[in-house]
Design a protein around this ligand. Structure first.
Ligand code: GDP
Ligand code: ZN
Length: 337
């Protein structure tokens, strides 16, 4: 197999059981990560959907070698639940996430907050899309949400032009939200064709079976890219706390104002949080959701730390085994160490 001299830029558009589908280079369909990625101990170092990669085309083949991953602007990870907290990249380089809420009863400000935290943590921007505005005659729901809010009706197309600022060439978007809020309807609108059966079965489910292989990154008519995978749609709370800082900057300012650094905000003298709650400066609900999210974030980051330690231990073990092996070979060949 002979290789071209220099690398070319491509983008990972799908991943099927370790096989990477890439786009951007005529005649090239797949990317094969070099050994360095293939058995890397750090799952975050493997190329994933949305990654921009530098590849080396092979003469007469539609498979190119992936030489490097360009630094990610954002990265969404999934921590698989179970005894071992396994981290997996769901999508890379998403600029904007449309957080879809249905104005037909699903509307839940706390869930919006959770999404905002997770999205800020990943390094992307959240745009709250209040769908089914045709069913909210008052037009008032969501008025008190913090952040960018856009009201649309995906079914009728009403208001969709307001999403255009995030759909220009070179931008990447994704869609999240609970089941039934209208994600498929919105995605079909954005794609300009009925790609998915609305209200129907998804291409991938979490039953642990083989999931239908399909593309995960689509080009939209306006030039933007849409990353649409089950994993991305079902984005949950992930967080080390940075996102929490951003969404709750005002609350954190209050906490910083407590007299004691380790204040539990439970009757300690000079507690700025309790003072703010008393004066009505801080809303009790907001304080409760801040505490809840902080507990969850602490739990997540602890699991993350444990997983990282296990990975490090395994890497060390592997290096040790390799070293032993090398020394054995040397001795067998009669070399001096
Ligand atoms: P998903 O589960 O989030 O992908 O939601 P779907 O796109 O499958 O939509 C769920 C249901 O909501 C379907 O019956 C859609 O027809 C309906 N729906 C989607 N958008 C709108 C809308 O803007 N207005 C109304 N009234 N119904 C909508
Ligand atoms: Zn306090």
């Amino acid at each position: 197999m002979s290789t071209f001299a220099s690398t070319v830029r491509a983008r990972v558009v799908a991943e099927h059981r370790g096989l990477l589908e890439i786009a951007g280079i005529p005649g090239i369909s797949f990317g094969l990560p070099r050994g360095v990625f293939a058995d890397a101990d750090d799952p975050l170092s493997r190329p994933a959907v949305g990654d921009f990669v530098q590849v080396l085309p092979q003469v007469g083949s539609d498979v190119a070698l992936i030489e490097a991953i360009e630094p990610r602007k954002s990265v969404f990870v999934r921590r698989q639940v179970g005894r071992r907290a396994r981290v997996q990249v769901v999508a890379a380089n998403v600029d904007t996430v449309f957080v879809v809420m249905g104005l037909d009863g699903d509307f839940n400000p706390r869930r919006v907050l959770r999404y905002q935290v997770a999205i800020a943590d990943a390094g992307a921007e959240a745009v709250i899309v209040l769908n089914k505005c045709d069913l909210d005659p008052t037009g008032r729901q969501g008025d008190d949400l913090a952040g960018t809010v856009v009201r649309v009706s995906a079914a009728s197309g009403l208001g969709l032009d307001r999403l255009e600022p995030w759909l220009g060439p070179g931008r990447t978007v994704a869609v999240v939200g609970s089941s039934g809020v209208g994600k498929s309807t919105l995605v079909n609108r954005l794609l300009g064709e009925a790609r998915q059966a609305t209200g129907g079965v998804r291409a991938g489910d979490d039953k642990g079976r083989h999931t239908t292989t399909h593309r995960a990154l689509f080009e939209l008519p306006g030039g933007a890219a849409l990353i649409d995978t089950p994993g991305m749609r079902e984005l949950g709370l992930v967080g080390e706390g940075d996102g929490l800082d951003e969404v709750f900057a005002d609350v954190q300012d209050l906490v910083a104002g407590c007299r004691f650094r380790d204040c539990h905000h439970q009757g300690e003298p000079g507690c700025a949080v309790e003072a703010a709650l008393r004066r009505g400066v801080l809303d009790a609900d907001r304080w409760a959701s801040y505490q809840k999210l902080q507990r969850e974030a602490a739990f997540e980051s602890q699991r993350h730390d444990e997983a990282a330690q296990r990975l490090a231990a395994r890497a060390l073990q592997k290096r040790f085994t390799e070293k032993i092996g090398r020394e054995r070979d040397r001795r067998r060949l009669g070399w001096k160490a």
